[in-house]
Design a protein around this ligand. Sequence first.
Ligand SMILES: [Zn+2]
Length: 353
Amino acid sequence: MRASGSFSTAVEDLSKKALKVIFMIKRKFHCTHNNTPLLLKLFDSCVKPVLLYGSELWGPYILNLDKRLTQGSNDDLEKTFLNFAPEKVHIRYCKYVLGATKYALNIASMAELGRYPISIFVILQSLKYWLYLYKDPLLNFSKLAYKSIEEVDCTFPCTFNKHIFKFLKLINFDHVWNNKGTMSEGKLISAVKKILQERYGNYFFSCLSGEKQNKLRTYYKLKEEYKPETYTKLNIPKQYVRQLCKLRISNHNLHIEKGRYNKTPLDQRICTHCIDNKIEDEFHFICECNLYHEEREKFYDDIVNIIPCFCNLDNFDKFKYLMNCSETDVLTRFLIYIDKCILIRHSSVGIIA
Ligand SMILES: [Zn+2]
């Protein structure tokens, strides 16, 4: 803690310690097969306790709930979540789990895994701590300290109490503040968790809508529900997860994305692997490009044997079905098809170069 009373140094220190734990996980659990569920469990059980140690107390100050919620707009709470210093460690870990690069958009990397901001966990912990403090306030030192703060609350600009009060007001839970002790802890925590997760889900889809002309134009068409995607849970080679994730969240090197970095106008990001004169985007790569025609024919024949009506779908519906597929036998074949296409593309780029 700094002389000013700021917790930021402590939070930086905890982030560094959490990164060391992540480094150890990467060393010990390096695997060629997808181990996403295990890696996420390890984050929650080994990294989060280090990263958020004592956060029930410092969380509301670092989130600066009092000030931000006073000045902010309605979605300011969710923006605050994503700017929360420990969230950066969480997001970095999500990208590592998915095999995405640092250029992948943060909200998309979390959404593929169905992960919510860890700020939600911090707020719930703070609420639990607040409930603990005001019950029987004369029992120990921390409760006595809380009682003293409550008595002088109005003279201090930013106390733990005020952060909690502003937060409850923001989510229309004033009644909890006004009638302390009338709601059971379990019900309050699960109700607040539900509200915060719903709010974040809505915020995510509004961001996605704002990105529909930009980097997440394909993801906007695909992502319909805030949940972990099936492919992230399958026992398959890790590279398959990485390849599909990168195509879904536009973190690949097709021309549509490479052109963004060298500022090529959108209509000039043309596929150089066929003569169709079309933009090389995810749809063209999966469903149209002639370079992969042979592999595609074999793959489609295979899928029709499993789902006969697949051949009746138009190209975009095929694309959407495959990219969102949750049927393991189809999905596994699709992942192998993508892998083959990427290999073909690599060798084609090599010949051209
Ligand atoms: Zn092409």
